[in-house]
Write a protein that binds this ligand. Sequence first.
Ligand code: F6P
Length: 344
Amino acid sequence: MRVGLLTGGGDCPGLNAVIRAVVRKGEMGYGDEIVGFLDAWDGVIQRRTMTLDVRSLRGMLPKGGTLLGTKRGNPYDQPDGPSGVIATFEEMGLDALIVVGGNGSLSVASQLYKDFGLPIIGVPKTIDNDIVGTDTTFGFNTAVQIATDAIDRLHTTAESHDRVMVVEVMGRHSGWIATHAGIAGGATVILIPELPFDVDEVVRILQARHERGRYASIVVVAEGAEPGEGSMPGREKVYDKFGHVRLRGIAELLAPEIEARSGLETRVVLLGHVQRGGTPSAFDRVLATRYGVAAIDAVQQRAWGQMTAIRGNEVVLMPLSETAGKTRPVDLYLYRDVASVFFG
Ligand code: F6P
């Protein structure tokens, strides 16, 4: 078979491991030819490709990023976008398209399958871990480890100066990274997008802790967390050219409020894209490899319109339509009944 492959949305540690697995099993197991599209949907519409073979992927397993390049953007936002995708597919004689992406790319894949019956298979990726239908996404474990390492380091400087450190981590709609890294790093408070926060309550927890003689506090805040009504001024929404809201910066608004209301010296650390860069953890390499193998197996089974997912320890296929347009919130049991036990 001739199989197209693209990586879409934000990059994520483990993308190269998926590509490597698709190519290895496709070429050596099934005699497939894998065509990589550069820069996500742009590469499909503009027919910018690279041939992927086992040789060209040597050494890629531990590399972060994606050798195909990636971009935000949706072909449905361009008048000839969807027809451009179909034209490329037909004229290049492709038999299948594997889309490795987050909520945005998987929704596009679902729509292309629904509108045109495009033989498509999805693979979920995102450090945010917010894709419905899979227990976890690759990239998340790596991001949590990076954030935890940073929090561990911040403890000693915070203790030396008796300061509050407000650490902002990624997580647009879901507090998965904040909750996991906050638990692992021993955070004093964790703030997540799913539950609007009250600054006075944060200050009460910090002051009580300091009164008990604890020197320093770490507040972990997800970039998508928002103050509750009347708690503190909200932030202005800034959009990128794809209409994607830029959420970075809540920590910079929160820290001065904490300092003013508590009298505790407060500093801000924005972890930003450090969480997405560099080598994937062993866990993510294994998960990404399993997804890649499952995706090319799904191509042979002609399981179109499905995506790979992990449930328990099993990799399964599920309809893309069940994940399209949705976001998976953090496990609130984990937040309320485990993480918050350690607040203060
Ligand atoms: O991929 C998800 C994510 O890492 C979000 O957590 C974050 O808000 C966003 O990407 C940042 O996107 P960009 O790289 O386009 O600024």
